[in-house]
Design a protein. Structure first.
Length: 158
């Protein structure tokens, strides 16, 4: 599968690519741990938002960022920011959602953005953020960086 840079990408619009990841069993466990951790962080932020009745993303970020990083061990900075944005989006959709605190499902979908993943189209790999405790033992090449990136192969979606 060849991924070509489209003309819209050169003009500042994002390119959306649908991929099917084929992780090794250890990588799948690490990705599952990342999903659990991000949803746990979103639930913590949601409870804080509900307690303080703060639902706008900027105010919620000021209120919850440091607290969620302290409460959820292993949560990265960008993962915390994405959790705050998810909560603000969940409360922004309808007024009826503000009747009670929103609880995020432990295995619910977690959005990864460009700051949580990277592509190497020549090697056909995707590197995704995972919690440090869930990352497998590093190889000598991985010891140069402190980022917990998880490379996975991709295949054509069916």
């Amino acid at each position: 599968m060849a991924i070509r840079r489209s003309t819209t990408k050169r003009h500042g619009l994002p390119t959306i690519v649908q991929l099917r990841l084929t992780p090794a069993p250890a990588q799948a466990e690490a990705l599952a741990a990342a999903v659990l951790l991000c949803n746990q962080a979103a639930t913590v932020v949601s409870r804080l938002a509900w307690q303080h009745r703060t639902f706008a993303v900027v105010e919620l970020h000021r209120l919850a960022y440091h607290e969620v990083r302290a409460q959820v061990a292993g949560l990265g900075a960008q993962a915390a920011v994405r959790a705050i944005a998810r909560v603000a989006g969940a409360y922004a959709n309808q007024r009826s959602t503000k009747k009670r605190a929103h609880i995020f499902r432990p295995h619910g979908a977690v959005p990864y953005d460009a700051r949580l993943m990277s592509f190497n189209r020549y090697a056909r790999t995707v590197s995704l953020w995972t919690p440090p405790a869930a990352s497998p033992s590093p190889t000598p090449a991985d010891q140069k960086t402190s980022r917990p990136w998880m490379p996975c192969r991709w295949a054509r979606p069916t």
